[in-house]
Structure formats: structure tokens, C-alpha cells
Design a protein around this ligand. Structure first.
Ligand SMILES: Cc1cc2nc3c(=O)[nH]c(=O)nc-3n(C[C@H](O)[C@H](O)[C@H](O)COP(=O)(O)OP(=O)(O)OC[C@H]3O[C@@H](n4cnc5c(N)ncnc54)[C@H](O)[C@@H]3O)c2cc1C
Length: 498
């Protein structure tokens, strides 16, 4: 496609996917406007400030950090984000065991930590990760970082992946950890990554043990100096310098005009927004159904798709320092399989929940007043298809906080200075997450690659998609890759602007 003189682009949504696409398109000369329903940018990668406490609202760690380098380098900038690698990656508390297990990236330390319950762990982990690593490298460029024209093209790309990985596709992650480790604790710990995909190890294909490889061997887990929201702040600074326009508190609710191509969108106040091209950072499946009215994505059809678990999140500003907590912590119950199999498709809230706790004030002192901690609790729960009414959110939060007080041996309830709770209903309202699903569409083999909603619209040639529910998938590095893939499409269709 030859160079053109000017092109306007509207991006609907300022999540990491939207902001990354804005950066790449503005670099190619496009005149970019971002329209966001929320009051500030970042989407799920957001920030909450209350009375001297600062919380990251969603993501709390970054993996595959070279994707962040690639994003900034692609527009001629050195990555301005300061990252610090985690080792130990996190600690895990099991029910009825006051001793936390530290999960070290350094395998000799990991072996020492588990010597009583899983002998020779370093060698077992090496074996497990070498297989996962081979799969990761055999698919990263050929499959994950590729655009597909259709299913045939996808299958052709899959045929370039060595056949030896085939059993991985049809096995579940739990089976894979059972084959490699003997103790229940180690099996549970290695299968926790399934929850990062918003699913459970009993549903997630074994291919995603590649996430164990990315956390423990490949690039590891990183925290962002100053908090995760620094990523958004740095991007916003650069985008504004480059002339990208931002419109907040404005929700796109439908199409205003189309004739073969999309000419304009309409917001909730009736204002019309025109552009040459449009990119939706709003959920790629729900947008097609709710905004474009496509039958294939009607509510009934969307409800039948596999969605990731919903987040139930609590933000606590607490007086005092809690020594038993680290930067990342998991608190697990004693009935892993029963919990994972039942709880996410039922409206019953468990007495003994499983949850994750992040305390960013452990390493970023500016996130809490002196002598205090900022505690973020994330408990995966059923989405609104299974539990529609969340009026009991205070009661659920109290139950979790009580459990955390008991297990950390610190009276969190009496020392709480600040408290905010987001149920799946709040998450849906804030960022249009379908029925409160936290990570978007799930990643079973029927919903990845060519089977995931495409990043180019089926009907309008000038409408594209970026973010967690289009290709390649969810998570911060994946949505950065998504922005690269959609930009490649737009560049192929409309070229570079002079
Ligand atoms: C609790 C939680 C914890 C997580 N932890 C991690 C982690 O530690 N590490 C990691 O890598 N990933 C994590 N994730 C996943 C990660 O946050 C997401 O994959 C990623 O942020 C998705 O980015 P996105 O750009 O696709 O979408 P979003 O961040 O959802 O952005 C979409 C934006 O579009 C706006 N929008 C939607 N519809 C409209 C409309 N009609 N009009 C105008 N604006 C609209 C929304 O308000 C939103 O700002 C976590 C997610 C959650 C919920």
C-alpha cells in the first residue's frame, strides 16, 4: 500500500492495548484520538489513590518484559520503565500450615525450600521446564506473534510446530504436573499459573505450562519501580508529546453511519465521532455483539463462550507492617480440586476462599504512609452468568480479611484505615468487562489463534480490534503483541502516512 497524506484513527478504549496501538500508529503518521469511558487511562492497568495510599487496581507483575522494550524501541525510544526482577517470585501459604513456601527462581534455593516434601526438585523442575520451554520457543514466533488470514492459514502455521508437542494440546495442566511432581503442594504450586489465564488447571490445556517456563526460567517476573501504573504514565507522557488526543468519560454505544465501511460512531450523549479507521480496545467479542449488534455475538452466544474467572478485589490501607507478607503471596485452602471444579460455576461463596495478596509498599515506600502497608487482595470468583447479585460484597470481603488476619497473625481488621471493594459488577461497570470476566475470553484450543475473535472486522474493512479478547490473548505482554499485530494489519491496508 502506498503512502498517503493524512488518515484519522479513533481508538475506543485506553487500556494497555489501546495506548500501545496509539503509540505505534502515531509513529506511522496517523492522526490518533483515543475515546475512553473511564475517567482516566489504563483500563485494567489502573490506579486507585485514597488518603495517602496508592494501589495498582489490576495487574501486579510483568512477564516477558522484552515486549515492553520492543514497544518503546519500535518508535525509537529506550524503555523508560524501571523494572526489578523477583526472586523469590512469590510465597505460598497452605491451609493448616503456618509455614510459607518461597518459590525461588534459583533452583538450588527452591530445592532446599522443598527438601522435606519433594526430594530432587531442581532436576524435576529442569526436566518439566525444558519441555515447556521447547514448546514456548517452537510457538512464540510461528504461532503467537502471527496474524492469520483464515483457519487454513492458521492450521498451516500450526503444522510448522513439531508434532512431538501434540499430546500437550489434549492433556490438562493438572495431568502434566501430576506426571512430573509427587507432592500435592508442588503440584498445586506449579498449576497456579492456570489462574493467571483466568481458568483452573483442570480445564487449562497442558500447553500453558509454558507459563511456568516464562516465570521460572525464561524472563521471570518483574515488578515496576514506583508501581505498575508507571507504565501508563510513561506512555501517556509520550503520546501527548506526539499529539495523540484523549477524550475521557465518553462511552461509545453504537454505529452512527456506515455504508460498506464504518464512517462514524455514536457516544452515550449522542455525539458523533468520525474517522478513516477505527480500532476497538473494548472487548473484541462483546463489542461485536453489544455495539455492532452482530448475531454471532448475541448475549445468548456470548454466554455460551468460555470466559475467564471474574476478579473480586479488596484494597486495604493498613496501619503497621506485616512481616509475614512479601510482595506477592498466595493463600490456599485444602481442597484444591473440589474448590476449582465447583466454585466458579456456582453462586455459593466459599467459607475458605483461595486468594492472592500483593503488598507493593514492601518495595515502593511511596505507595503507603510511613509505618503502613497497602494490601491488594484478589480472589477469583464466578462471573455474573453464575452469580448475578453481589450486594453481599462487604460480607465476602470481611470473610477474606478475617482469614488473612488469622493466617498472617496480624489484626488487619482493627488496623484498617482505608478500604475499597470491587465485585465483578464494579469491574464490568468500570471497564465494560463482559459479565465481569477479569481477563476476557478463555484460552482453550477452541478460542485461540484463528478461533479467537479476529483483530480485523469481518464486515467493515476499516474496523480493527486490539486487546485481551482478540489475538493472541490476555495479559500485559500479550496485549502489547496484540497492538503490534493490529498495527501490521493497518499498515498493510493503509500504509505509512507522510
Ligand atoms: C485483577 C486483575 C489482575 C491482573 N493481573 C495481571 C498481572 O499481574 N499481569 C498481567 O500481565 N496481566 C494481568 N491481568 C490482565 C491484564 O490486566 C489484561 O490482560 C490487560 O490489562 C488487558 O488490556 P486491554 O488493553 O486488552 O483491555 P482493558 O485494560 O480492559 O482496556 C480497555 C479499555 O476500553 C475501555 N472501553 C471499553 N468499552 C468502551 C466503550 N464502549 N467506549 C469507550 N471506552 C470503552 C475500558 O474502559 C478500558 O479502559 C490482570 C487483570 C485483572 C482484572
Amino acid at each position: 500500500m502506498k503512502n498517503q497524506n493524512s488518515k484519522t484513527a479513533i481508538i475506543i478504549g485506553s487500556g494497555l492495548g489501546g495506548l500501545s496501538t496509539a503509540l505505534r500508529l502515531s509513529h506511522l503518521g496517523y492522526d490518533v484520538t483515543v475515546i475512553e469511558k473511564h475517567s482516566n487511562p489504563g483500563g485494567r492497568l489502573n490506579q486507585l489513590k485514597i488518603d495517602g495510599f496508592t494501589f495498582d487496581v489490576g495487574p501486579s507483575f510483568m512477564s516477558m518484559t522484552y515486549e515492553l522494550d520492543e514497544l518503546f524501541n519500535s518508535v525509537g525510544i529506550k524503555n523508560p520503565i524501571e523494572l526489578e526482577e523477583l526472586d523469590p517470585l512469590y510465597q505460598v501459604y497452605f491451609e493448616n500450615d503456618s509455614r510459607p513456601y518461597k518459590i525461588w527462581k534459583t533452583l538450588s534455593k527452591l530445592e532446599e525450600e522443598f527438601k522435606d516434601i519433594e526430594p530432587n526438585l531442581a532436576a524435576k523442575v529442569e526436566k518439566y521446564l525444558s519441555k515447556a520451554g521447547e514448546f514456548f520457543h517452537d510457538t512464540e514466533d510461528k504461532v503467537v506473534k502471527s496474524n492469520y488470514e483464515n483457519v487454513v492459514d492458521y492450521i498451516l502455521k500450526l503444522t510448522r510446530v513439531p508434532l512431538k508437542h501434540l499430546p500437550y494440546l489434549f492433556r490438562k495442566m493438572w495431568t502434566e504436573v501430576e506426571r512430573n511432581f509427587e507432592s500435592e503442594q508442588v503440584r498445586v504450586i506449579f498449576s497456579l499459573v492456570a489462574f493467571f489465564l483466568g481458568s483452573t488447571p483442570f480445564q487449562t490445556p497442558a500447553i500453558y505450562s509454558l507459563l511456568n517456563y516464562t516465570e521460572m526460567k525464561h524472563d521471570g517476573y518483574w515488578k515496576v519501580k514506583g508501581g505498575m501504573y508507571r507504565i501508563v504514565e510513561e506512555l501517556m507522557k509520550i503520546l501527548k508529546e506526539r499529539g495523540v488526543k484523549f477524550i475521557f468519560n465518553t462511552e461509545i454505544v453504537g454505529i452512527a453511519n456506515s455504508n460498506g465501511k464504518l464512517n462514524s460512531l455514536i457516544d452515550r450523549n449522542g455525539k458523533i465521532w468520525e474517522a478513516d479507521i477505527f480500532i476497538s480496545n473494548s472487548d473484541a467479542a462483546a463489542f461485536r455483539g453489544m455495539i455492532l449488534g452482530r448475531k454471532k455475538f448475541s448475549e445468548e452466544k456470548l454466554d455460551k463462550m468460555d470466559w475467564t474467572l471474574a476478579p473480586f478485589t479488596i484494597y486495604l490501607g493498613v496501619k503497621g507492617k506485616i512481616d509475614s507478607l512479601m510482595h506477592h503471596n498466595y493463600f490456599l485452602g485444602s481442597n484444591f480440586r473440589g474448590y476449582a471444579n465447583k466454585i466458579f460455576t456456582s453462586s455459593i461463596i466459599p467459607q475458605k476462599p483461595y486468594y492472592y495478596v500483593n503488598v507493593s509498599s514492601k518495595s515502593n515506600s511511596e505507595c503507603a504512609p510511613v509505618g503502613c502497608e497497602n494490601i491488594f487482595i484478589l480472589c477469583p470468583v464466578p462471573d455474573r452468568r453464575y452469580k448475578n447479585n453481589w450486594d453481599d460484597k462487604e460480607e465476602i470481603a470481611d470473610n477474606i480479611i478475617k482469614d488473612l488476619s488469622r493466617r498472617t497473625n496480624f489484626d488487619i481488621e482493627s488496623n484498617t484505615l482505608v478500604k475499597e471493594i470491587y465485585s465483578p459488577v464494579d469491574w464490568e461497570k468500570m471497564f465494560n468487562l463482559y459479565k465481569g470476566s477479569g481477563l476476557g475470553l478463555a484460552h482453550g484450543i477452541n478460542q485461540v489463534g484463528a478461533f479467537r475473535p479476529k483483530n480485523k472486522d469481518e464486515i467493515f474493512p476499516n474496523l480493527y480490534y486490539v486487546g485481551a479478547s482478540t489475538t493472541p490473548g490476555t495479559g500485559l505482554p500479550m496485549v502489547i503483541i496484540s497492538s503490534k499485530l493490529v498495527t501490521e494489519r493497518i499498515k498493510a491496508d493503509y500504509g505509512i502516512i507522510q
